[in-house]
Design a protein around this ligand. Structure first.
Ligand code: ADP
Length: 402
């Protein structure tokens, strides 16, 4: 079964055509600069063949048209007919309280995604554009929505209700939703496979550290708490986002500097985090390079980043009442031994015996604790696209049975 996985952002469409039963991709790529001049599609086939196409790609419908054309092309394609795409799986960022799992997309689902525009204005409208584009170009092929928030849906109220008037939850659905759910779910499952134990018997903490960062406490396969909240701004320090702050600060700065809503939003989401503290970059690689060259602000940004993760790990061990596995994933989690070491240092009293040699070796998937460590720390490359493809397959299969 071939599944086209789509992740539609404001100006980009990322895609993978996945042969789901073999868990491998046939082709993957992205269209960048959608709606701008000089849009470019990059396609890579599993055999390494790569092609770049530039053109006027003014909207998501045209982007999907280009993607299908390259997948079908004689010289660079991987299929000969659209009918070889058996389903489409869409990453949809915000499922709100409506969607507790993946769903086959129909008119009522589209309405549900639209109803969540208000709480996810930066993501859901673009996700829906991708869905509409597929309805145009792949009209008879089942489409499935896989939501970033769904994995966190079973969090208990004491984890998702904020300490503000309850009426704000009743009226506006202001609560913790959590994000990166597909990634947290994927690496938690993979950790249970590596441990050769049922996830339903495990206490796992997963750290997704990329440009956006979040951490989840997973008890018996259920996310019981996570650091991102009503929006992806809360929690860990990120590339350009502040993560946790005393909200009074922003009210104070708005008054002091006469910032409006949009300027305050930009300050917290685009000019904070690693970028805001270091003044160097939002990219952890550049922060580390500068730190090693003696830049004190870069070191401060690095230290704050790692300290914040460590603090959350400690609090989530308390929330879980123990720990079997801690997982690092995302661009930073998978690739930075320095970050992993700073987070795991001196955690022996919590049952984590760090293995520096394993931490530094080049294996992509590995345990980085010693054999006698009570809890195992893993590095596991995330694969959100495969997870979306597997979910899509399940939903399509179950729909056919009905
Ligand atoms: P996104 O969240 O956009 O998917 P990624 O998961 O690719 O992003 O993560 C991007 C982050 O990973 C950047 O901060 C980048 O610097 C960091 N990163 C990638 N490789 C390394 C590395 N070798 N060492 C440290 N950080 C790295």
């Amino acid at each position: 079964m071939n599944i086209l996985v789509l992740n539609c952002g404001s100006s980009s469409v990322k895609y993978q055509l996945i042969e789901v039963d073999k868990k491998t991709f046939l082709a993957k790529g992205s269209v960048d600069r959608v709606g701008m001049s000089g849009a470019v599609l990059t396609n890579t086939r599993s055999d390494g063949d790569e092609i770049k196409i530039t053109g006027d790609i003014l909207d998501h419908t045209t982007a999907i048209e280009y993607i299908l054309a390259v997948l079908l092309s004689k010289n660079h394609g991987v299929i000969t007919s659209k009918s070889e795409i058996h389903a489409v799986g869409h990453r949809v960022v915000h499922g709100g309280e409506t969607f507790t799992g993946s769903v086959l997309i129909d008119d009522s689902v589209i309405k549900g995604i639209r109803d969540n525009f208000e709480i996810a204005p930066l993501h859901n409208p673009h996700n829906l554009r991708g869905i509409n584009a597929c309805q145009v170009h792949l009209p008879n092929i089942p489409q499935v929505g896989v939501f970033d928030t769904a994995f966190h849906h079973d969090m208990p109220p004491h984890a998702y209700i904020y300490g503000i008037p309850y009426s704000l939850y009743s009226q506006y659905k202001i609560r913790r939703y959590g994000f990166h759910g597909t990634s947290h779910a994927y690496v938690a499952h993979r950790a249970s496979e590596l441990l050769k134990k049922d996830l339903k018997k495990l206490k796992v903490i997963t750290c997704h550290l990329g440009n956006g960062c979040s951490i989840a406490a997973i008890d018996k396969g259920i996310s019981i708490d996570t650091s991102m909240g009503f929006t992806p701004l809360e929690g860990l320090l990120m590339g350009t986002r502040s993560g946790d702050i005393d909200v009074s600060i922003i009210l104070y700065v708005m008054a002091k500097e006469g910032l409006n809503y949009s300027e305050a939003n930009t300050l917290l989401n685009k000019h904070s985090g690693l970028q805001g503290i270091s003044g160097v970059s939002s990219d952890m690689r550049e922060v580390i390079t500068e730190m090693n060259e003696g830049n004190k602000k870069a070191k401060l940004a690095f230290d704050i980043f790692c300290y914040r993760v460590k603090k959350y790990v400690g609090s989530y061990i308390a929330a879980l009442g123990g720990l079997d596995a801690l997982v690092f994933t995302g661009g930073i989690g998978e690739n930075s031994p320095d970050v992993r070491k700073a987070i795991c240092d001196n955690l022996e009293y919590l049952g984590i015996e760090f293995d520096k040699t394993a931490n530094n070796n080049k294996d992509k998937e590995k345990a980085i604790t010693t054999a006698k460590s009570k809890a195992v720390v893993y590095v596991i490359p995330t694969n959100e696209e495969l997870m979306i493809a597997l979910e899509t397959k399940e939903i399509v299969k179950n729909t056919k049975k009905k």
